[in-house]
Design a protein around this ligand. Sequence first.
Ligand SMILES: Nc1ncnc2c1ncn2[C@@H]1O[C@H](COP(=O)(O)OP(=O)(O)OP(=O)(O)O)[C@@H](O)[C@H]1O
Length: 272
Amino acid sequence: MSTTVTERDPHAGAPLGEPLLLAEDVVAGYLPGVDILRGCSLALHPGELVGIIGPNGAGKSTLLKALFGLVTVRSGTVTLAGEDIKNHRADSLVRRGIGFVPQNNNVFPTLTIEENLQMGLYQAPRRFAERFEAIVDIFPTLSERRKQRAGSLSGGERQMVAMGRALMMDPKVLLLDEPSAGLSPVRQDETFIRTRKINKAGVSIVIVEQNARRCLQICHRAYVLDQGTNAHSGPGRELMDDPKVIQLYLGTLAADVEKADADRAGSAQISG
Ligand SMILES: Nc1ncnc2c1ncn2[C@@H]1O[C@H](COP(=O)(O)OP(=O)(O)OP(=O)(O)O)[C@@H](O)[C@H]1O
């Protein structure tokens, strides 16, 4: 009997126990009558780093926004530590321990770095000194440049400010939307290393990434979305080696595999 997408366990490889953040059978969209997510599920357990990858337009960013109350969830459930948070307002979700870093327009360009970080803590301004120390421990550049306007920063530096701002409230869960987009390979690597560091410091993370290879390398588990549904899921390294995932969804990996195949074919010809 063939197994359809909907029959697969959407949380394959997930640790046992209660998830911290859980979305089940989420249907959501922007326009009336047009569903972008068509029954998506995702589980994030305490301490996990979970990736979302998939082709352009699959609904990856939409799923992240649905978790953060920025896109209306039409049916399905979203819970945080077992409590319903479906369609709750973003500011209430921040208070409950969720941080969100959008892909675009994620800093206030006319404000300084320090003022941007203050904006992240507007619900608890008295904790600024303590939280600032924690943030610059991860991003030392932000301390050196604290009086510089965010609009004058490079893409990589802006990304640090955006992540730093989301971390000011000391969230339990961090949602990252394509943090490596538009960065050079070196800056991308730094972003992935920092993401790991933040995760190791105890923050559970969901990361949407277009750099599928790097995402799968750093994530404990990942979900592959396709057309608003779960297509595959499992430990990052397992997905990297799954030919179906490589062929269908991982553009960069597919290119690598083709190149490796071509190299192998070339050396076989030489040796033959
Ligand atoms: N604000 C919006 N209004 C209407 N439709 C939208 C809006 N944002 C996204 N969409 C549509 O939702 C679908 C999924 O978009 P989404 O950004 O979630 O995909 P994605 O998987 O993150 O893609 P990419 O990798 O290209 O960023 C697309 O068809 C897109 O056009």
